[in-house]
Design a protein around this ligand. Sequence first.
Ligand code: FE
Ligand code: FE
Ligand code: ZN
Length: 279
Amino acid sequence: MLHIGCHLSCARGYLAMGRQALSIGADTFQFFTRNPRGGSVKPFDRQDAQALAAFLREHRFAPILAHAPYTLNACAAEERIRAFAVRTLREDLERLSFLPGAMLNFHPGSHVGQGAKEGIRLIARMLDEVYTPQIQTPVLLETMAGKGSEVGRSFEELREIIQAAREGDRLGVCLDTCHVMDGGYDIAGRLEDVLAEFDRVLGLSRLRAIHLNDSKNPLGSHKDRHARIGEGYIGLEAFGRIINHPQLRNLPFYLETPNEIEGYEREIALLRGLYREES
Ligand code: FE
Ligand code: FE
Ligand code: ZN
């Protein structure tokens, strides 16, 4: 069965997201842990989180994915911004401990001129402060488009973070199809080669989630402009290959682009139609 969902707003609470996902044919979803462009967060409603946890079990959802805010930058030059990253990730993980089965995804960060090497060191240091052995929630690094000074634009950069972090063995990766295309990995035309490269550098066992976005720009653009499924340079046929690939087909897939519920519902139906059930 295809495990697929989309990005939902948590404005009406946790359980409301589960219900909304179910109503559009999804069996998972992604949500921002807090205001993505600010960082403010609503008071935690533990009962609501526990109600969602029960709902996810009852309806046999695939792991849901929490996305850290964009303002989280573990390798900022300013100490104040790095401290915000530590505080935010720590608090988000605390909340997620009430949602067993949820994973947390974050953008490694932008080194803002300090260089990728220093960026990687600071990201690993932030993880060392926050990702303690007691934490059960899987933490995922997202593959980045390489816009500006983004760290994580190549599989090698992600590997360096993983190797530098104390709990690196437990870190996973979320592959964003638009971002890797932007990063110069031809996931549209050479899926087998891209997966072989991922396996060589990171190991496919680290791949825990996939963001399904088409791209408004061609291979290697480093622009990070998402397109709807089938309306960009990746194309519908390639998405059919991605979701059916033997090494990917059981992973959870998350849509992030139309950003409106009817659009998501259509894309979920479209992709379910392309999925070949195993006999
Ligand atoms: Fe993201
Ligand atoms: Fe993404
Ligand atoms: Zn993006």
